[in-house]
Design a protein around this ligand. Structure first.
Ligand code: NAD
Length: 364
């Protein structure tokens, strides 16, 4: 199975294959990638036997393999410098390729480095988490964090090829499956109520990797993201809807200092819940639909902000929300829902109003 993402400057394929180490070299060659000059960066947590299979397939030539110990804190300029130095020392040029085998963190880091080295070398993404397969590997957002928040430094640069292989998910911890599920849920909420109902009825099968249902959810989610990215690659309007729940989520993560206590996808679930409640409070999302969303997030067991935050956290959360990239003033710009599948763009609120709302979530 294959999808093509067509953006202004690049049209690229997403291959959906199992056991990708078997045919990925063929895929690279078909897409004009020189398989003898590659920098392959991979996540250390991927089982060694799988990485060894890739190493074996790519043993000819001057290929370099680098294992990264992944956490949100390494998504920074030091890691980028390290990658750029390796590319430089090994004389990579614009015809050569960086490959990332890893989740969203490795993908964002590698794609950013590949996009700025010599103003851009080729980039192939092999996403290995559910989140990266359904979301971050598509659409060309690259980036790292800095002191003022998440993904503050980055580029838009589409990959040359994406290879999505459900086999990787077998070793993925359950907690990480839920994180990927959060982004699938977001895609359903902003664009397809039928898909939302499908998810509500099938989420346990997806989390347990029941092959056909999981593949269906991944494919559908990629199709939704592809269609949004194709219409608005640079996030001028429509693409902002992919941030549903994320203004809250990024601020939650930043407030906790990107600890393991709350990772990105978990923050997204809490963020979706907060954005849905706020949408209802503002008179948009009907109560019946809010209840559907609330009950689903409760089933996933990520419905309790109080577990992570207290009254003292509110100012820090709102400060981070005020620094969000969608804002053009001191006010906070939120994506809300009019109803499931109908997102609303550019809802701007003063910080104080958001703080009062957060207070009702955290202090109730
Ligand atoms: N660029 C985009 O459009 C975009 C979109 C959404 C999220 N993101 C970014 O993605 C990041 C989150 O990505 P993520 O959820 O994939 O997290 P991640 O990259 O941290 O991976 C989650 C965990 O799973 C481990 N892991 C990865 N693959 C594995 C495998 N096959 N088996 C066992 N363990 C494995 C990792 O080592 C890590 O511990 C965030 O930094 C977020 O900002 C980017």
């Amino acid at each position: 199975m294959k999808l093509f993402v067509k953006t202004r400057y690049r049209k690229y394929p997403i291959y959906f294959v199992a056991n990708s180490h078997i045919n990925f070299k063929k895929i690279l060659i078909k897409n004009n990638i020189n398989t003898k000059k590659l920098m392959v960066v991979h996540d250390k947590n991927i089982p060694k036997n799988i990485i060894n299979k890739f190493k074996h397939t790519l043993k000819e030539g001057e290929n370099i393999f680098l294992a990264l110990k992944i956490n949100e804190k390494i998504k920074n300029l030091d890691t980028i410098k390290k990658l750029l130095n390796i590319l430089g020392k090994n004389n990579f040029n614009r015809n050569d390729t960086m490959i990332c085998i890893g989740g969203g963190i490795a993908g964002d880091i590698c794609a950013f480095a590949a996009s700025i080295y010599k103003r851009g070398i080729k980039f192939v993404n092999i996403p290995t988490t559910l989140l990266s397969q359904v979301d971050s590997s598509i659409g060309g957002k690259t980036g790292i964090n800095n002191f003022s928040g998440k993904n503050m430094i980055g580029t838009f640069c589409q990959p040359n090829v994406v290879i999505t292989d459900i086999t990787f998910l077998k070793s993925l911890p359950k907690r990480e499956m839920i994180c990927g599920y959060a982004e699938i849920l977001k895609h359903a909420l902003i664009s397809d109520k039928k898909f939302f109902i499908f998810l509500k009825n099938n989420f346990k099968n997806i989390l347990n990797l029941s092959p056909n249902i999981t593949k269906k959810a991944i494919f559908k989610s990629c199709k939704i993201k592809k269609s949004i990215v194709e219409k608005d690659e640079r996030e001028v309007n429509l693409r902002k809807t992919l941030n549903y729940g994320h203004t809250f989520a990024h601020a939650f993560e930043s407030t906790l200092g990107y600890t393991n206590k709350l990772n990105h996808g978990e923050a997204v679930l809490l963020g979706i819940l907060a954005a849905s409640k706020f949408s209802n409070k503002e008179g948009f999302l009907p109560k019946s639909e809010l209840e559907l969303i609330k009950s689903h997030i409760k089933e996933l067991k990520y419905n309790n902000l109080k577990k992570y935050f207290n009254k003292k956290s509110i100012k820090r959360i709102s400060n981070f929300m005020a620094k969000d990239k969608k804002n053009y003033s001191k006010n906070i710009n939120l994506i809300l829902l009019k109803k499931i599948s109908k997102p609303l763009l550019n809802n701007v609120y003063p910080k104080i109003k958001i703080e009062k709302f957060l207070n009702t979530l955290i202090n109730k």
